[in-house]
Design a protein. Structure first.
Length: 456
């Protein structure tokens, strides 16, 4: 059949309050044009993030009731640890309350002031945690990623030649680890090929540099490999996932993405001595190593979510539903990053709103207009998120000005997505009237979360 249906039945619903455009104008003004500062009750369709916003399954909720809340050595941790070891193959599994906690422990124990961390693209919290320890994050994504309209299937790949040159230029002693994000969130949710993962791993091992995966969306990446990479069409997602992690020395994961849980994360490593250091810091900041800031019921939900996310029926629905939104926006002539990624659609706001200069944040301006027009909350992935001031006070801007429409897992139906498409069609007709923004308050790090802006 051509129609891809949701491979689940809806068992519980949450009401959506429908407000008016005039009401939303006032709400946005009160939030200083920052969608993070709007209350969830005032949002109709929430595409701010796919992190922790998915709908858990009946099996996950059953696991919640089975949660063993023992402080040390709980049955829920044993189940959690066994599930991850069987799936990913790492020796040491360290639970954390979410992905950025895993990142903080990773960089605090492995990285020192003045080091360099190469990646395909660092996302916001990853970049912030690297900077926090005095190190320098570098993005070495492949050249194909720059062409938003090409059909190249693996735009998340790291440029191997650039990585090799980077290692030679900075020196092995200044590069404590290489990180690869799958799928590449900053770069449009684009997947990374197995060949590229293998090549990065080979180069890392030649230079004896630890290789880590930022694996928040590992299952979606595996499905893209199955669809588009030669030699993988007949392999199961489980087999592809196992091979993916076999090339890495460790990983950090936010379980709020592909584990389809509302909270949680974990850090993995094959290095026993490093695991001890990480657990020592975990105890100080998160909790005992068998709960790591999570309740037993959370550990159960994450473990069951990891089992469910590699089911092929689910992944087909997930990727096809995102592709559907991308196809419809393409038909409207709205510029997006093509081909559509796994968890989100990224609109090229700079191209969509050419009359708004970068210094007036076209991405944030479009995101605000989507809220006013249809009550849709999205996230700017541009100069509000990735711009700022360097140590000398010089202003810099992001390479791209994007708006991310992140689709929560198992949360919205096709009619919700059709509504988003209708809203975008309406905005397109009057896009020339949208005005830019300027910052009137910003924090030192991760300014997009709390910044206040006003219309230019």
């Amino acid at each position: 059949m051509k129609t891809i249906i949701e491979p689940f039945r809806i068992k519980s619903v949450e009401p959506i309050k429908l407000n008016t455009s005039n009401e939303r104008v006032g709400i946005l003004e009160s939030a200083f044009n920052n969608l993070f500062l709007i209350n969830a009750k005032d949002v109709i369709i929430d595409l701010l993030t796919d992190s922790g916003t998915g709908a858990m399954s009946s099996q996950q909720w059953a696991g919640v009731m089975l949660g063993d809340e023992s402080y040390a050595g709980s049955n829920s941790f044993i189940f959690f640890e066994k599930t991850i070891k069987e799936m990913m193959g790492f020796k040491n599994i360290i639970p954390t309350h979410q992905g950025r906690a895993a990142e903080r422990i990773l960089f605090s124990t492995m990285v020192k002031d003045g080091d360099y961390i190469p990646s395909n693209n660092h996302f916001d919290t990853t970049r912030a945690n690297v900077l926090e320890v005095g190190a320098h994050p570098y993005d070495l994504v492949c050249s194909e990623a720059k062409d938003f309209n090409s059909s190249y299937p693996f735009k998340g790949n790291m440029d191997i030649e650039k990585l090799n040159a980077f290692i030679k230029d900075k020196g092995v002693e200044k590069i404590p680890l290489i990180m690869l994000t799958i799928t590449n969130n900053t770069g449009g949710g684009q997947p990374v090929s197995m060949e590229n993962i293998r090549s990065v791993s080979k180069l890392a091992r030649e230079h004896k540099i630890p290789f880590y995966l930022d694996a928040c969306r590992f299952a979606e990446n595996a499905y893209f490999i199955k669809l588009n990479e030669k030699g993988y069409s007949n392999k199961s997602i489980k087999e592809i996932v196992k091979e993916t992690f076999s090339y890495a020395d460790g990983c950090s994961v936010s379980a709020k993405k592909d584990a389809i849980a509302n909270i949680g994360g974990f850090l993995c490593t094959n290095d026993d001595n490093l695991a001890k250091k990480k657990k020592d810091l975990l105890i100080l900041t998160e909790g005992f190593p068998t709960y790591g800031g999570l309740s037993g019921r959370d550990l159960e939900a994450v473990a069951y979510g990891l089992k469910e996310v590699i089911e092929e029926d689910y992944l087909q629905y997930r990727i096809e539903s995102t592709k559907y939104l991308g196809k419809k926006l393409n038909e409207l002539g709205i510029p997006i990053i093509n081909p559509p990624g796994g968890h989100a659609i990224y609109i090229d706001a700079q191209k969509f709103l050419p009359h708004i200069p970068i210094q007036h944040f076209p991405g944030q301006a479009l995101a605000c207009q989507m809220y006013i027009e249809g009550g849709i909350r999205t996230s700017e992935i541009g100069s509000l998120m990735f711009g700022g001031k360097d140590k000398d006070g010089k202003i810099f801007y992001a390479q791209n000005e994007l708006v991310r429409l992140a689709i929560p897992r198992r949360t919205y139906t096709q009619s919700h997505i059709d509504y988003v498409i209708e809203v975008m069609a309406s905005i397109k007709d009057k896009s020339h009237k949208i005005k830019g923004l300027k910052i009137i308050y910003e924090s030192r790090t991760l300014r997009h979360f709390t910044a206040k802006l006003e219309r230019v």
